[in-house]
Design a protein around this ligand. Structure first.
Ligand code: G6Q
Length: 545
């Protein structure tokens, strides 16, 4: 199907016109006009209840957004992803993270071959390894069992593992310690190994390419630390290092036996890889059964996304709403507010998923876009955020659509905590939508001069995402929900959500600058005057010039 440029799609023009009519409409009004709105504008699927009634939309908005999805070829594009077409055009790669969670026995053909058996072969190898480490059958070099696991990786090889470990800590093996090293700042490594016995420590070097500067620097430091602790026997690394990578050659070069390498494939993007072997630390923490339950959750959402009609399709609706605010209201950000302490790293994880995917300035055909693409995602767990930045969401001058995420059951029942927590979710979305008028504020006896300060305009949109409990399956569903919402947005904008050329320039320049900082002789600098002066000052401060 040939899709016209975004502004040339009929639904786009209709939405522009419609938005002009909608701008003055208050959520108070739309709720007053329809006392069933809060039940009607909801969808329940795959165990997730989405209340999207507190959005600045009418039935007409929805109709037009759904029309936009049709005109954008979303249905066809979903099919092309699941079929393994090379939709990551700038890297000429398929985008098949959905194959990572396909059940055993399913068939997804890529380059003439069913990839699902390979996926399960790796999962089985991971499970076997995880069982051996968790049971103590896998011993370290000195015969001690492994008690500490350190994942060394960055970006997509770190954010997913960290987030999933934190999110599923409740299910984790508490007798073991899990830590994560990503930053090339030596402090990250130093703090991660503090107090650990090398004889009981396993490093997972997670790097798709096995060439990433930060990860390889940390991996070498890890090896030095281990060898220093185990009195320098180089054979000692064998039981303390495993690799997760697509690059067997580099893994072997580093000195890790490729028998202890867990593979994945170029059709898995870094930020879409937490459910591949990159999740080895997650599996070590929560065990193979829980890991498989998480994959089951991912798959349930994949199937929902693939098959549900768009008007009842959670990721499609969320993606379209994001487009609505981004492109028609000029909203620059989306706040993600999990009311769940275990999801404290979820906003950070989503930042990469959303912004590395959709922070693009050209279409997949390389044409500069004349509309805004990916919004900024950010957030913190509630209720902490309420005592900090919510002020700006309630009374500031910017429109910030919010996703509230909550769970009906807590994993840590303690007195009244859970009801108080959930009361805050409902209170916040109510306050944001309906606010408080000057009349209401004055009626409370507020002096006239104070009324403007205390009034809340309301009309601040939000989604409420309600799940039963934070299980491994629930986490899988939630991550897949956002993955496919990102996909929906990228399809409307016609951008390649699966490349990340924007991170290249800085990487290349850093490689150039490192020797200029390290050289004993004064280097010949040919940067701009600011960069040259900063390099000279740094060299002087560190005492090398
Ligand atoms: C994610 C990106 C990026 C990548 C890291 C680590 O989609 O590609 O964040 O994951 O740069 O790369 P390696 O796994 O190759 O070390």
């Amino acid at each position: 199907m040939t899709v016209p440029a975004l502004r040339g799609r009929p639904a786009w023009a209709s939405l522009e016109k419609h938005h002009a009519e909608m701008e003055g409409l208050h959520l108070r009004q739309v709720f007053a006009d329809d006392d069933k709105r809060g039940e009607r504008l909801t969808v329940e699927a795959a165990g997730i209840y989405l209340d999207y009634s507190k959005n600045r939309i009418t039935d007409e908005t929805l109709r037009l957004l759904l029309q936009l999805a049709q005109e954008s070829g979303l249905r066809e594009r979903i099919d092309t992803m699941f079929r393994g077409d090379k939709i990551n055009t700038s890297e000429k790669r398929a985008v098949l993270h959905v194959a990572l969670r396909a059940p055993r026995g399913a068939s997804i053909i890529y380059d003439g071959q069913n990839v699902v058996p390979e996926v399960h072969a790796v999962l089985d190898k991971m499970a076997d390894f995880a069982d051996r480490v968790r049971s103590g059958a896998w011993k370290g070099h000195t015969g001690k069992r492994i008690r500490n696991v350190i994942n060394v990786g960055i970006g997509g090889s770190d954010l997913g593992p960290v987030m999933a470990y934190e999110a599923l800590k409740h299910y984790s093996e508490r007798a073991m310690t899990f830590r994560f090293v990503s930053n090339v700042d030596g402090t990250d490594f130093a703090e991660a190994v503090l107090g650990l016995d090398p004889a009981e420590t396993l490093f997972i070097i997670s790097s798709k390419t096995f060439t990433t500067l930060e990860t390889m620097t940390n991996a070498h430091t890890a090896r030095d630390w281990l060898l220093a602790g185990l009195k320098g026997e180089s054979s000692a690394t064998a039981k303390h290092f495993v690799a997760v990578s697509t690059n067997a050659q580099e893994v072997a070069k580093f000195g890790i036996d490729t028998a202890n390498m867990f593979g994945f494939w170029d059709w898995v993007g870094g930020r879409y890889s937490m459910d591949s072997a990159i999740g080895l630390s997650t599996m070590l923490a929560i065990g193979p059964d829980n890991f498989r339950a998480m994959l089951g959750g991912f798959h349930e959402m994949d199937e929902h996304f693939r098959t549900a009609p768009f008007e009842r399709n959670l990721p499609v609706l969320m993606g379209l709403l994001a487009v609505w605010y981004n492109n028609f209201f000029g909203a620059q950000t989306v706040a993600v507010l999990p009311y769940q302490q275990y999801l404290k790293r979820f906003p950070a994880y989503l930042q990469q998923l959303t912004m590395e995917s959709n922070g693009k300035h050209v279409t997949w055909d390389g044409v500069a876009v004349d509309y805004d693409t990916g919004p900024i995602y950010w957030g913190e767990p509630g209720t902490n955020g309420q005592h900090s930045f919510y002020q700006l969401i309630h009374q500031g001058t910017r429109l910030i659509p919010c996703d509230f995420i909550a769970f009906a059951h807590t994993l840590n029942p303690l007195g009244r905590h859970q009801d108080i927590l959930l009361a805050n979710v409902f209170a916040q979305t109510e306050a944001l939508s309906f606010g408080k008028t000057a009349k209401q504020v004055a009626a409370e006896g507020t002096p006239d001069w104070l009324v403007p300060h205390r009034l809340f305009e309301g009309n601040r949109p939000s989604n409420t995402i309600l799940l039963d409990a934070l299980t491994p399956a629930a986490l899988g569903k939630l991550v897949a929900l956002y993955e496919h919402s990102v996909f929906t947005q990228g399809t409307i904008w016609q951008i390649d959500s699966f490349d990340q050329w924007g991170v290249e320039l800085g990487k290349a320049l850093a490689q150039q600058i490192v020797p200029q900082l390290e050289s004993a002789a004064e280097p010949k600098l040919e940067h701009d005057s600011s960069t040259n002066a900063l390099i000279r000052r740094y060299r002087k401060l560190k005492g090398s010039a």
